[in-house]
Structure formats: structure tokens, C-alpha cells
Design a protein around this ligand. Structure first.
Ligand SMILES: Cc1cc2nc3c(=O)[nH]c(=O)nc-3n(C[C@H](O)[C@H](O)[C@H](O)COP(=O)(O)OP(=O)(O)OC[C@H]3O[C@@H](n4cnc5c(N)ncnc54)[C@H](O)[C@@H]3O)c2cc1C
Length: 346
């Protein structure tokens, strides 16, 4: 068999690690360069929902994640500051695991499969032949006069009405879900005007919600694990097509789906899986790098275009204060709306 050309992956988040694992299953030499180290906390709702769960199963990782303490989520409830839905069954279950554990477990597995993982190595962002971009979200100063920022902390001593609670307010939304180790993940996406500080200092107040709100009551007894706190700013939630990117990209490097869907990690896993076969063909010398790029972009756009459009509209509706209560009422009374909103965004 002729020698297979090696592939370098810049970014050892979920997309980069899943791609590395997929390539190693085909015995293709793969190196991942990761700017950070493992384990580390990430801003993420840590709620894996969608087809990426099947990717994890095909990579033979489900058992490992269960062993690492992944928790199943089967119900969800939505809250505005004055109304709520009852807990409702999710049309398909999700799995919840801290990124602290998840990323480190995938990194370890990648190394075990013979992959080379160079942590603490930030590569210059030049993506020639043989180099895949898995560098995550692309920073964006502002969108339509406002900026997005995300906050995440783990907490103990929180009793939830459903496996996932989603609390919406005029400032943004906060998801609270059970994760491994008896903790809950408290993660919010918020908007500020473009001329305000990127991330506010009083993050606890942002995550706890306004006094009197259901979120504030829910988190009243919470004990935050302060060392798990992290923040991110400069998010862009405008959908982009993979075909518009000059490089081969996987995960958020293609585009970010609004976090309310809980589908971003799934897209990272799915896009990695969609990239494996064209990259393997390039590695064997059967197609050019340009052909591989085209194939991967086409596959990703076909898989993600519809959900990105629905997610954009869903997030827009959820963040429109005058629509928050009508949406909660609709989700409470219409099984059709609940299913439709869930299925079209993943
Ligand atoms: C507020 C918020 C809540 C979210 N909640 C959820 C949720 O509940 N469920 C869900 O599915 N998704 C959620 N997401 C989205 C999810 O976190 C992302 O979709 C997912 O992390 C994307 O994985 P990735 O590998 O593409 O990027 P990342 O996980 O960001 O990984 C990219 C990696 O590349 C590295 N890197 C970057 N540049 C370089 C360089 N030059 N050299 C070397 N390394 C580099 C970075 O250090 C990083 O580790 C949320 C996102 C936000 C902002």
C-alpha cells in the first residue's frame, strides 16, 4: 500500500479531536496542534443534542463517555421572567458531560490511537495543503450594533424541574442542566450594546437572573464552583456556508449555530465525520486538496443549511421580549410546535 500523506489539524477542541480520531481509525497519520492544555473549562452548555451522538457511537466513544460520567437528559422546560412551560419530553434524548472531562477524554483517546497531540502549541493561522482548520469560533467585534458574550459556571445544590431548564429574558438566555459529578451547568448567552465592555465584571448577577425571576429563585441556594467559571466574547452567530471558506474547516470554524439549540457540539462531531472520507482519499493520493475541500464543504452545507436557518429564526424569536411569553404559551400547548422547533434545529 502506498504511504498515506499525513494530516495536520489546527485546534484540539471537539471538532479537531473527533476528526483526528476518525482519521486514526483509518490509520492515517494525524497531528493536532492545540493552543491550550487539557483538562480545561470551556464556555459551553455541555448539552449534546442531535446527530453528533451517532457520530460518537460510530467512533466507539459512547461507552467511554458513559464511563466518564455522562448524564442523560430527557426532559426540558422553558421559562420567561413571568411564565413557564411544564417539563416536556425531548423528542430525542441528549447527553451532558462537562467539557473539562469530555475534551480531556477525547484527547487521551486520540493519543491512545497513535495520534500526535501537541498541546500548548498555537500555530500561525496559515492553512496550506494538508492542514485543516478546527480553530473554533471566529471572533467578531459586534453584529448589528450589539455584541454577544457567553458565561459559564458549574454549581452544586440546585434542584431542577427538568433535565434542562432554559430561562429567557430581555438580556439573553441561561440554560441550566445536570452534568456529571452531581453538578449543574449554568451557561448564558447575552447581548450588550457594542460600546459597552465585552464581558461584565458582575458575572454572577448575569447568570443568576433578575431578582424575582424563576431563574433567580432556582439559583438562590446554588453554590458556584468559582474555578469552573469562564467567559467568551466576540461571538458571531450569523450563519456562514462552508463553501464560502477558503480552507478545509470543521466545527465552529465553519459557522456557529445559536447555542439555544444545544447543537453546536453535534455539528462539530458531524462535520468532522463528514470530512474523514475526502481527507482519506487525499491522503491516499486519489484526489487533490482542492477537490477534498469542495467535497467537505458540499457535505457540510447539505447537512447544516436548513438547521442554521431555523436556528437563526428561533433565536431571533426567543430574544424578542414581546414574543417570549407567547412562545412559552405555544410550547406549553402545542406538541406540534415543540417537536417542530426541536427537529428542525438539529
Ligand atoms: C454560550 C455558549 C453555550 C453553548 N452551549 C452549547 C451546548 O449546550 N451544546 C452544544 O452542543 N454546543 C454549545 N455551544 C457551542 C459549542 O461549544 C461549540 O459549537 C463547540 O465547542 C465547537 O467545537 P470546535 O471544536 O469547533 O471549537 P472549540 O471547542 O472552540 O475548539 C477550538 C480549539 O482550537 C484551538 N485553537 C484556536 N486557534 C488555534 C491555533 N491558532 N493554534 C492551535 N490551536 C488553536 C482553541 O484553543 C480551541 O481549543 C455553546 C457555545 C456558547 C458560546
Amino acid at each position: 500500500m502506498p504511504a498515506q500523506k499525513p494530516i495536520q489539524i489546527v485546534g484540539g477542541g471537539l471538532a479537531g479531536l473527533a476528526l483526528g480520531l476518525g482519521l486514526r481509525r483509518r490509520e492515517i497519520p494525524a497531528t493536532i496542534y492545540e493552543a491550550g492544555n487539557y483538562p480545561r473549562h470551556r464556555v459551553c452548555g455541555e448539552f449534546i443534542s442531535g446527530r453528533g451522538q451517532q457520530t460518537l457511537a460510530r467512533l466507539g466513544l459512547r461507552e467511554m463517555l458513559e464511563h466518564a460520567g455522562a448524564v442523560g437528559a430527557n426532559t426540558a422546560a422553558f421559562f420567561s421572567e413571568t411564565k413557564s412551560t411544564p417539563p416536556r419530553a425531548l423528542p430525542a434524548g441528549a447527553i451532558c458531560l462537562s467539557r473539562f472531562t469530555l475534551d480531556a477524554a477525547l484527547a487521551e483517546r486520540f493519543r491512545e490511537t497513535g495520534g500526535e497531540l501537541l498541546a500548548g502549541r498555537r500555530l500561525a493561522e496559515s492553512f496550506g495543503e494538508g492542514v485543516v482548520r478546527a480553530t473554533g469560533r471566529r471572533a467578531q467585534a459586534g453584529e448589528n450594533g450589539s455584541r454577544w458574550f457567553g458565561l459559564k459556571v458549574h454549581a452544586r445544590n440546585v434542584l431542577l424541574a427538568a433535565d434542562l431548564e432554559m430561562h429567557v429574558s430581555p438580556l439573553g438566555y441561561v440554560g441550566v442542566c445536570k452534568i456529571n459529578g452531581g453538578e449543574v451547568n449554568v451557561c448564558g448567552l447575552f447581548r450588550r450594546r457594542a460600546n459597552e465592555n465585552a464581558v461584565p465584571q458582575n458575572w454572577r448577577e448575569w447568570l443568576r437572573g433578575r431578582p424575582g425571576s424563576p431563574l433567580n429563585r432556582r439559583l438562590a441556594p446554588a453554590e458556584f464552583e468559582e474555578n469552573s467559571f469562564c467567559a467568551v466574547a466576540g461571538l458571531s452567530l450569523r450563519p456562514r456556508q462552508a463553501a464560502s471558506r477558503a480552507e478545509i474547516c470543521v466545527g465552529d470554524a465553519i459557522t456557529m449555530i445559536p447555542p439555544v439549540t444545544g447543537n453546536g457540539m453535534s455539528m462539530a462531531f458531524e462535520s468532522a465525520e463528514l470530512a474523514v472520507e475526502p481527507l482519506a482519499a487525499w491522503s491516499r493520493g486519489e484526489i487533490s486538496w482542492a477537490e477534498a475541500r469542495q467535497k467537505i464543504a458540499h457535505r457540510c452545507d447539505a447537512a447544516f443549511a436548513r438547521r442554521l436557518v431555523w436556528a437563526k429564526w428561533l433565536q431571533h424569536l426567543i430574544l424578542t421580549p414581546s414574543l417570549q411569553n407567547p412562545l412559552i404559551a405555544l410550547a406549553s400547548h402545542s406538541q406540534w410546535f415543540w417537536r417542530m422547533a426541536f427537529e428542525r434545529t438539529r
